[in-house]
Write a protein that binds this ligand. Structure first.
Ligand SMILES: *Cc1c(COP(=O)(O)O)cnc(C)c1O
Length: 386
């Protein structure tokens, strides 16, 4: 019997159209931010279905979150409330600006930020709420926006997992927050290798983010060198950043975005197969979106039930022995030395996140998986738990 090849935890799904578009870009003479980045922004706005929304392509979601918080004027002395159960990028951008992070616990049913804990964490220094749509399931944004309205707070959504996710049939990115940021990192629901999109309906915020995206320059290079009257002249209005998305990356994004509906169908299909196949096991399965809404299924996270006769680590080792990569999302921020030590955090302050961390595993779920790959995961999980 020959061993099957290792099934990685995640793989991108790039086709001939993406490859041809990148080659076209390389041959075009314009490889950095230019016509394709602009087209990608327009296509993304069309996807969101709202002409009032401005889309600003950036070279990562981290960059987009940084730009959004900079544009709302966040600075030293300010606090931003977010979940401990996230990737460090969500919180590190707050520190870039000299502001502080107030981490709160999660709702164990959804693993999204605990709405009541947000309200309890508000102080006179609180400026903004930064919810994360964990795994691709929408946060109760109506509740978050209501808290923000009542307390005069800004809202920036970390939607790195949430493309396409809906809440009451509205796409994340089109709700009433100040800005929403998507990620096109290699393992996200669509990818440009590295990349992100900052979307906002606030024209002032968009203007500031566009300027800060490229060195604080009043005109970007593509405008300067391709205008009817080419101009060498520009003005620096702020010490900006280098966060622009290249046309090479945007070339990938144009085709990945077209394929997103098909990607979504495939993700749903795999999630449904897992839900059926694991229903009788000592596992708590991930929550589905409410009827009529979309879960992006960026992650498929199972929780070992209290009566499962295996530890989280042994489960992951067993899957690895079966040739299958798994992961844990996340080592919560309160356990990382930087966050723990800066704010004097202990696991007891985040009982739900801590318990989730100790008992959850993310299984492979991506569009490049074949049906046989999906069945391999099913059989391996059943082999360990049934
Ligand atoms: C991937 C991710 C990010 C960062 O995205 P990049 O595009 O890699 O900067 C931020 N937040 C969460 C929750 C993520 O999963």
């Amino acid at each position: 019997m020959t061993a099957q090849p290792f099934l990685p935890f995640a793989l991108p799904d790039l086709g001939d159209d993406e490859i041809a578009e990148v080659v076209d870009t390389l041959k075009s003479g314009w490889i950095t931010t230019g016509p394709k980045a602009k087209r990608f922004e327009q296509a993304f706005a069309e996807f969101l279905g709202d002409p009032q929304i401005e889309c600003i392509a950036v070279n990562s979601a981290t960059a987009g979150l940084h730009l959004a918080l900079e544009a709302i004027g966040l600075g030293p002395g300010d606090e931003v409330i977010t979940t401990t159960h996230t990737f460090t990028a969500t919180a590190e951008v707050v520190r870039y600006l000299g502001a502080d992070v107030k981490l709160v616990d999660i709702d164990p049913a959804t693993m999204n930020i605990d709405i009541a804990a947000i309200e309890a964490a508000i102080t006179p220094a609180t400026r903004a709420i930064l919810p994360v749509h964990y795994a691709g399931l929408a946060v109760d944004m109506l509740a978050v926006l209501d808290i923000a309205r009542r307390h005069g707070l800004r809202v920036v959504e970390d939607a790195a997992h949430a493309l396409p996710t809906t809440l009451e049939k509205e796409l994340i990115g089109t709700l009433g927050s100040d800005a929403t940021v998507f990620s096109f990192y290699a393992n996200k629901t669509m990818t440009t290798g590295e990349g992100g999109m900052l979307v906002t309906r606030n024209p002032e915020l968009a203007k500031r983010a566009r300027v800060m995206r490229l060195h604080g320059m009043s005109r970007d290079a593509f405008d300067r060198f391709t205008a009817k009257v080419p101009s060498w002249y520009y003005e620096i209005v702020a010490p900006g950043f280098k966060y622009n998305l290249t046309d090479i990356a945007a070339a990938l994004g144009l085709h990945q975005l077209k394929r997103l509906p098909a990607f979504q169908q495939r993700r749903e299909q795999i999630a449904e197969r897992f839900n059926d196949a694991f229903a009788d096991l000592p596992l708590i399965l991930p929550p589905c979106a409410p009827e009529g809404d979309t879960h992006a299924w960026h992650l498929y996270v199972v929780r070992l039930a209290d009566d499962a006769a295996i530890t989280r680590d042994a489960f992951i080792e067993g899957m690895f022995a079966a040739g299958i990569g798994c992961s844990v999302h996340y080592v919560p921020l309160h356990l990382h030395p930087y966050w723990r030590d800066r704010y004097g955090l202990t696991p007891e302050q985040f009982p739900q996140s801590q318990k989730a961390f100790e008992r959850t595993v993310s299984l492979p779920l991506y569009t490049a998986m074949s049906d046989a790959d999906v069945e391999r995961v099913v059989q391996a999980v059943r082999g360990l738990l049934a």
